[in-house]
Design a protein. Structure first.
Length: 93
C-alpha cells in the first residue's frame, strides 16, 4: 500500500514539474515538501538497512528541491514520471 502511494506521489510530482505554470504556488509547494519528506524517509530506511547507494531517494530529493526552487529544467519531469511508472510495475510483480 505504501509503495503504491509513493508511486502516485512520483507521478504527481512529474505532473507538477511538467506544468508548474498552471498550478498555484501553494499546490506546487506542498508537492515539493512531500517529495522531500519522501526522500528523507527513503534515505533513512536505506541507511538503516545499511544500503548507502539509494539513487531513488536522491532522485526524490532532487525533484523536491527543483520543485521548491521553481526551476524549469526541460524534460526533467520525465524522471519522476518514469520512476512512478517503474514503481507501479514493480509493485504488481
Amino acid at each position: 500500500m505504501i509503495g503504491q502511494t509513493f508511486a502516485v506521489i512520483d507521478l504527481l510530482a512529474g505532473i507538477v514539474l511538467a506544468g508548474q505554470f498552471y498550478w498555484g504556488w501553494e499546490a506546487v509547494k506542498w508537492v515539493g515538501f512531500l517529495m522531500i519528506g519522501k526522500a528523507i524517509y527513503s534515505l533513512a530506511t536505506s541507511a538503516a538497512a545499511q544500503f548507502y547507494f539509494d539513487v531513488i531517494g536522491w532522485i526524490d530529493l532532487a525533484v523536491g528541491i527543483i520543485i521548491l526552487l521553481n526551476w524549469h529544467i526541460p524534460w526533467f519531469f520525465l524522471v519522476p514520471i518514469a520512476k512512478g511508472i517503474y514503481s507501479l510495475i514493480m509493485i504488481r510483480m
